[in-house]
Ligand binder design. Structure first.
Ligand SMILES: [Zn+2]
Length: 328
């Protein structure tokens, strides 16, 4: 986990040009007004950008940035030498894939991302609506500065650069401006993503590649849907029917109970809409496959590459564990 990566000193925060430029009260003004130190009470303080944030909070638009486990003491707000840890650590080995948490633009690609208190190679992605994500201690960059990225796109490799006890991803979420850190676990949960690596949740109104995955799996299950990526009333009604047929609560939410009933274990030689769904899910993670519904050697190679990059069992077969990692 990180040995530092804590919230920076007040002076550094106020000096961050973007934090100051976002309008309204500056962070310095807020802190002065509250007479606050750098305690936990300051963490998560926002300046009223909740309306803008809500615009991009739809489930389906966000992706789990890395697979691993939460190390002891690596949680948001954990003590770091009198300050508070600014993100959530996700531990795995050096070289593990790191993915964009949502679509956006790479605005920082530098040591500490140019933010005070952080160390190591880092990326910062702007998602619009004053929302940002930070990826720290990387061993390699897989995107250029100013690159436009999609949700789930491979952007870096996990590493141990900077002030750390071992390889991991230091992941931060900022809402209300760069510097307005929030609890990444809570932030991602509100967007349908389990940062701990569980199945995602898709609710009515969700959109994106994962919705296409659901629609193709539903078609294979005999509930024919147009794969348009919009989880609207027709798709929700079909999922409710499917849930009822499986003895599940028919709430229309594609979540941890429904996904395991929806996915198929697929291997070379499989063909159909479920394979198209798998290829769509792999492409969301930068596989670059033709979506042809045929599980041939190229798809096998892509599954094996994804499994290896994410420290799963490399067998070239798409079972529940691989599906969960892909769509999370
Ligand atoms: Zn950290």
């Amino acid at each position: 986990m990180c040995e530092s990566c804590a919230t920076p000193a007040v002076e550094e925060l106020a000096a961050d040009e973007e934090a100051v430029r976002r309008g309204g009260l500056s962070r310095r003004g807020l802190l002065a007004g509250l007479g606050a130190g750098l305690g936990l009470s300051v963490i998560g303080l926002t300046t009223g950008a909740s309306t803008a944030s809500a615009a991009s909070a739809k489930n389906g638009a966000w992706a789990n940035p890395a697979l691993g486990y939460f190390p002891q003491g690596g949680h948001y707000g954990a003590p770091r030498g009198g300050a508070a840890h600014a993100g959530q650590d996700i531990t795995n080995s050096t070289g593990t894939g790191v993915y964009a948490a949502a679509a956006g633009t790479v605005i920082r690609r530098s040591w500490g991302g140019g933010l005070g208190g952080r160390t190591g190679n880092a990326l910062v992605i702007s998602h619009g609506g004053n929302q940002y994500t930070y990826y720290g201690h990387l061993s390699a960059y897989r995107v250029a500065l100013n690159a436009k990225v999609k949700a789930g796109q491979r952007i870096a490799d996990m590493g141990a650069t900077g002030n750390v006890t071992g390889p991991h991803l230091h992941f931060e979420t900022h809402s209300g401006g760069l510097g307005s850190i929030t609890n990444p676990v809570t932030f991602m949960t509100a967007r349908g993503v389990d940062l701990g690596g569980g199945w995602p949740r898709l609710d009515a109104g969700a959109s994106g590649a994962t919705v296409v995955v659901v629609q193709r799996l539903m078609t294979q299950r005999g509930h024919k849907l147009v794969a348009d990526g919009n989880y609207g009333s027709v798709s929700v009604a079909a999922v409710k029917k499917f849930q009822a047929s499986k003895g599940l609560v028919a709430d229309g939410q594609v979540g941890p109970a429904t996904w395991p009933k929806l996915v198929y274990t697929l291997r070379q030689g499989s063909s159909g809409q479920h394979v198209s769904a798998l290829q769509t899910a792999l492409n969301r993670r930068s596989a670059g496959l033709a979506v042809d519904g045929t599980f041939g050697s190229v798809t096998t190679t892509a599954v094996r590459a994804y499994q290896g990059l994410n420290r799963l069992v490399v067998d070239g077969e798409a079972g529940p564990v691989t599906w969960q990692a892909l769509v999370g």
